[in-house]
Design a protein around this ligand. Structure first.
Ligand code: ATP
Ligand code: MG
Length: 579
């Protein structure tokens, strides 16, 4: 491709609204242009990258025995009502009405549709196992679309769905997909960590997220992992063991003490000169419109996804507003500010406690009186033992690995893929069944498997760049090599550059030639910004029969004859693609 003809405009500056590296570089280097919030045009270079990520994904899915189909973006509300998700999916679902007033949505994911496809098309166990996948745009009205392609409202996803006779079959299909995922990301030049995760709106029990580890601010999720074993989990799923709860061992008889102006745990601990870990923290949440009291050890934090799952909340979970708290207190005849709310006297309110609360002894708690706490409290004596316990705690680095007991570490990550064992979550409510060998009708046991194609491409930029621009891995670079004739008025330079261009194209290499009548500095700057992995420069040294060969990743520069340069490019690209 001749750069003079390429539809490309690089910018001098980063876009003002870009918060992360991939967003900044993809806009500045002319890969994407924003249409509106969270929605982008993919320009020629970007589209080439996306097609490469798609093709790697497609090849590995095909190899793993999955079959490609294409389902509609537009989905009827009725199917979403069958699965129960029309209400549950919430505001992220892009809902539209047709001219007859019939409600539909733009697919954020396709469980309902693919279950319909299997319900219509699969009759017998003999047709199983089956894995259907597609690659297409998805729509989610994200509350905070940001980070360019990392979190868009329209984005490209590969989604696959497996259908099996039984749980053992589903587990086998899941393993096949897990292995395919590792290969897909490896081939894209991305090291990923599969981590245990929460199943969220998709449903099911077992699920893993494939995380690209990045310390940059674009990593939205915390991943807890162990260096000594293979344990790794997302913050909404991670568990850990703690050192013993700290107890005072002093006051065995509870007494009320004045604690003026100690609205926060920190202030309370400082005032009483006690560790935060002997405070029983009491928080007011609203779960699906109902107030809930949540108890947790004072030095720990509630993980809201865990809380939502433990409560079985369907729609939302959030901390109560001051007004809601005041109303709750009023209703129970108390007059206490946040910070002084305790678990006593709320007989008709659901109370759930984190497991850390079980071990508390002689603890400090609020008792619904302003500027007062009880110290030396014990369950069964001063307050009833909560009826419901669950793991609600956000894990922190340094706590112990649940598998091997070594300290856990934490890092930031970007979720590029997600696989789920769905079981019969969709097939049962939607009545999607097959006839088994013994003649009985059984629901499909399903799995679902997503990869964010556009997010993967952006994650690759997060991982591979320097201050000058992108450093694409060869397998997903828009072009493998760029040739720069330094001065296009110089006939020898142009002739050699064009000969190399022809030869490389014949070898099946994807080549750019920068034949723009621009200063050398501009061309070099653009080359670094755009991030083509290999570069050949035909400059003054062509007089001695030499060109310059540069590797973007390492910055290494060597002088070669044109034929040597061609040979090196061909070998390097072939080696990278055959990995
Ligand atoms: P997240 O937690 O980041 O919102 P998710 O868990 O809701 O994502 P899934 O339903 O698991 O997403 O979708 C499968 C894959 O699609 C994700 O692993 C991710 O790579 C990609 N993806 C999801 N939402 C977006 C988005 N808004 N923009 C770009 N890619 C996305
Ligand atoms: Mg996910």
């Amino acid at each position: 491709m001749k750069m003079s003809r390429l539809f490309l405009e690089t910018l001098r500056d980063f876009p003002a609204d870009a918060e992360c590296t991939s967003h900044k570089f993809l806009v500045r280097a002319g890969y994407i242009r924003k249409l509106t919030n969270g929605i982008y045009n993919y320009l020629p270079l970007m589209w080439r990258v996306l097609k490469k990520v798609e093709n790697i994904t497609r090849e590995e899915m095909d190899k793993a025995g999955a079959q490609e189909i294409l389902m509609p973006f537009l989905q009827p509300k009725e199917l979403w009502e069958e699965s129960g998700r029309w209400g549950a999916y919430g505001k992220e679902l892009m809902r539209v009405k047709d001219r007859h007033g019939k409600e539909m949505c733009l697919g954020p994911t396709h469980e309902e549709i693919v279950t319909f496809v299997a319900r219509e098309g699969v009759r017998s166990y003999k047709q199983l196992p089956l894995n259907l996948y597609q690659i297409q745009s998805k729509f989610r009205d994200e509350i905070r679309p940001r980070f360019g392609l990392l979190r868009g409202r329209e984005f490209i996803m590969k989604d696959a769905y497996s259908f099996d006779r039984d749980v053992a079959g589903m587990e086998k299909s899941y393993k096949i997909m897990a292995d395919a995922y590792t290969r897909i990301f490896e081939r894209c030049g991305l090291e990923t960590k599969p981590v245990q995760s929460d199943s969220g709106a998709i449903g099911g029990n077992v699920s893993h997220e494939y995380m690209v580890i990045t310390q940059t601010d674009s990593g939205e999720d915390n991943v807890f992992y162990c260096d000594d074993c293979d344990y790794a989990a997302n913050s909404n799923h991670a568990i850990s063991t703690l050192p013993e709860a700290v107890t005072t061992g002093e006051r065995y008889k509870a007494e009320k003490v004045a604690t003026p102006n100690t609205g926060s745990i920190k202030e309370l601990a400082e005032f009483l000169k006690i560790p935060e870990s002997i405070i029983c923290k009491c928080l007011v949440y609203i779960a699906d419109k109902e107030p809930v009291l949540v108890l947790i050890r004072g030095d720990k934090t509630v993980e809201e996804t865990k809380l939502m799952n433990a409560l079985g909340a369907k729609e939302e979970i959030r901390t109560a507003s001051d007004a809601e708290i005041a109303e709750l207190m009023d209703k129970h005849g108390f007059d206490a500010r946040p910070g002084f709310i305790g678990p006593k006297g709320f007989d008709d309110v659901r109370i759930i406690a984190d497991n850390t609360v079980k071990d508390l002894k002689n603890f400090v708690m609020a008792v619904n009186e302003n500027d007062v706490h009880v110290v030396g409290a014990n369950f069964g004596v001063d307050v009833d033992m909560p009826k419901e316990f669950a793991d609600l705690r956000l894990v922190e680095a340094g706590e112990f690995c649940p598998q091997c007991g070594k300290p856990l570490k934490v890092t930031r990550g970007i979720e590029v893929g997600n696989i789920f064992q769905l079981g019969t979550k969709y097939s049962v409510p939607m009545g999607a069944t097959f006839t088994d060998e013994d003649g009985s009708e059984k629901p499909f046991v399903m799995g679902c498997y997503g990869i964010g194609i556009s997010r993967t491409a952006a994650a690759a930029v997060e991982r591979h760049h320097d201050e000058h621009g992108i450093k694409w891995p060869i397998a997903i670079a828009p072009y493998h090599v760029t040739i720069i004739p330094v001065n296009i008025q110089d006939e020898t330079q142009m002739k050699i550059a064009e000969e190399i261009y022809e030869k490389l194209q014949k070898e099946g290499i994807e080549v750019l030639i920068d034949d723009r009548d621009d200063r050398a500095g501009v061309k070099f700057k653009d080359a670094d910004l755009i991030g083509i992995p290999l570069r050949i420069t035909a400059g003054k040294t062509v007089q001695e029969g030499l060109v310059e060969y540069k590797v973007r990743e390492t910055g290494e520069v060597t002088k070669k004859t044109p034929d040597e340069a061609v040979k090196t490019v061909v070998e390097t690209v072939k080696a990278a693609l055959n990995k």
